[in-house]
Design a protein around this ligand. Sequence first.
Ligand SMILES: C[S@@+](CC[C@H](N)C(=O)[O-])C[C@H]1O[C@@H](n2cnc3c(N)ncnc32)[C@H](O)[C@@H]1O
Length: 196
Amino acid sequence: MSAPILDRWLAAVMATPGLTALREPEAARRVLLDDALLGVDIVGREHGPIADVGSGGGAPGIPLAASLPERTVTLLEAERRKCEFLERWTDELPNLRVVWGRAEEQPLETYGVAVAKALAEPPVAAEWCLPLVGEGGLVVLWVGESVEPDRVARVAERIGGALVEAPEGLLAIRKIAHTPAGFPRRTGVAKKRPLA
Ligand SMILES: C[S@@+](CC[C@H](N)C(=O)[O-])C[C@H]1O[C@@H](n2cnc3c(N)ncnc32)[C@H](O)[C@@H]1O
């Protein structure tokens, strides 16, 4: 019998050049898998399709897709080569989709939840993710210890979001109003001139 899918996925991430700098299997399991699973409850309580923005090798999207099989999970990734790796898991996880593209260039207000881990600095990740979710939806950012809730809260206020309670290591932003005109800003602008 083959190993469970998440074990095989983790081994494949480690064996594929360019997907993770982690070399120790235990560290990789903690960072890529256990950390991703911290989001299952908060994401699972929400409704609608889920986007993992800047999915890289598939964290947290692949563990979320395996844990929430009734929810569609789209892995959005800017690098074509990484998308080819992500596509390998769609046969076994029928709720998984892969989109090659940048967050700033996607259709607006399409998802119920957008998640991101190590996508960019949290204020930038918030600016990229909030336009992707519909009103009432949720953005969940994996921020670990480098949490900057005040800056993220200021960004959220500018673009229709409000910080809400989340488990330790995560920041959650509720989308309380439509994305204002002028957002998302052109590719590259959020990083060059962060809103906060
Ligand atoms: C540091 S990796 C993190 C990957 C994964 N989330 C993880 O935690 O292991 C950041 C990923 O985001 C992608 N990325 C960066 N900017 C992006 C954007 N604007 N839209 C979509 N993907 C982006 C990069 O190509 C890269 O694969």
